[in-house]
Design a binder for this molecule. Sequence first.
Ligand SMILES: Nc1nc2c(ncn2[C@@H]2O[C@H](COP(=O)(O)OP(=O)(O)OP(=O)(O)O)[C@@H](O)[C@H]2O)c(=O)[nH]1
Ligand SMILES: [Mg+2]
Length: 434
Amino acid sequence: MFEIPVSTPQKAIIVQIEVTSLQKDQLAINAFAEFKELCKSSGVRILDEISGKQATPIASNFLKKGKIEEIKRSLEETCAEIVIFNHALSPSQERNLENAFKVRVVDRTGLILDIFASRASTHIGKLQVELAQLTHLSTRLIRAWTHLERQKGGIGLRGPGETQLETDKRLINNRIKTIKARLAKSHKQKRINQYSRTKSRNKLVALVGYTNAGKTTLFNRLTDNEQYAADKLFATLDSVTRKNIDPELSSILFSDTVGFISDLPTQLIESFKGTLDELKSADLLLHVVDISDPDYRFKITQVNLLLEELEISNIPQIRINNKSDLKNYKNFQSKSDIALGEIWISAEKNLGLEELREAISNSLFEGIYKGWVTLDATLGNIRSKLYSMGCILEEKINNKGLMYLNINIGNDELHRFLNINGFNLIDDNIDFIK
Ligand SMILES: Nc1nc2c(ncn2[C@@H]2O[C@H](COP(=O)(O)OP(=O)(O)OP(=O)(O)O)[C@@H](O)[C@H]2O)c(=O)[nH]1
Ligand SMILES: [Mg+2]
């Protein structure tokens, strides 16, 4: 229905200004490199990179006069068709800059929305991105119209212009309503599925972390899946939940989701809230970190801020220091780190996954009991329950009907079963607590 600008022109000038008054406590060392990566992900060709330092942003058009002149000169030399800013610009700043440059200006929000739009593949993912774009677009449409009016001289065109604007606004609002209703329906269905999961006592472990940390690579290892993992930002947009492949952790579901980035546009957080809300039902978060990244500390902070915003910072967390093959893995893995809730792994090289599985089961089940138990002949219902939980590895029955079961079960569950008369550990001396 709407022409949504999803493809950006090819030739671009990119701009990043160090605004000293806006500086956060901690700064990314490689902010410019990440910005360039975002630009490349959106498919533009960078012809010039402009950086600078300013005490404060200028209200009218963000930049100081000198910078504007510098960019104008660069535009003349390079014939670039677009100027991309690594900052969130207000609609009026964007408008004023476009008037000065006579080319399209895209801010960090527009850039990230553009990448999301090109990556979305599932029904829900596409709807969520469209919702974010429409919200972003609704303020910018007014600008496009004002632009038009100014170009045509305004007088006499004011009426039709306004009518058009009203129509556009109405259409956009209708579309936003439709999308919200559809998303609500899809998420309701997902919640029903979550309810059945709770009933079946499966635990949910969610992988979270900065984009490109290696979440999907690890998810594929843990669940024997082949989800798309790639060395680019926002390779994953949609959540996927799968059962793990390890028989020792049979009742765990893992969930992979969209990666985070600093200054994630609020429209995106709002639109993706449904997907991200699923994280709320997680029993454990695996916070995947690219430990080879010089900015890893900054990125951990950014992820934790988003977890707080999403109200899930209270869920237990294990920090996974991934890509440790790039940092001489052997020097890092140690029990003391595990005790601190940190595990060093390499998802790609398959290192440290045993330790990770152990840490997961310790966190979720207070450890795992693996061994034989006996069940009186009358406890057929308990046997069925253990089968439905996927805990039974082997079974034998003696001639009196006594059942011998080789089971694999979390200690928390085991404690519950031990309260049942007729359910006994074969070797009472077995130390089953961790
Ligand atoms: N050297 C090394 N590279 C890794 C490791 N794990 C993942 N990678 C690479 O890192 C890149 C990103 O991996 P993904 O699994 O797509 O990362 P992600 O966190 O899912 O990223 P998004 O979905 O974009 O948020 C890929 O090129 C992987 O091959 C690792 O342990 N070591
Ligand atoms: Mg991914």
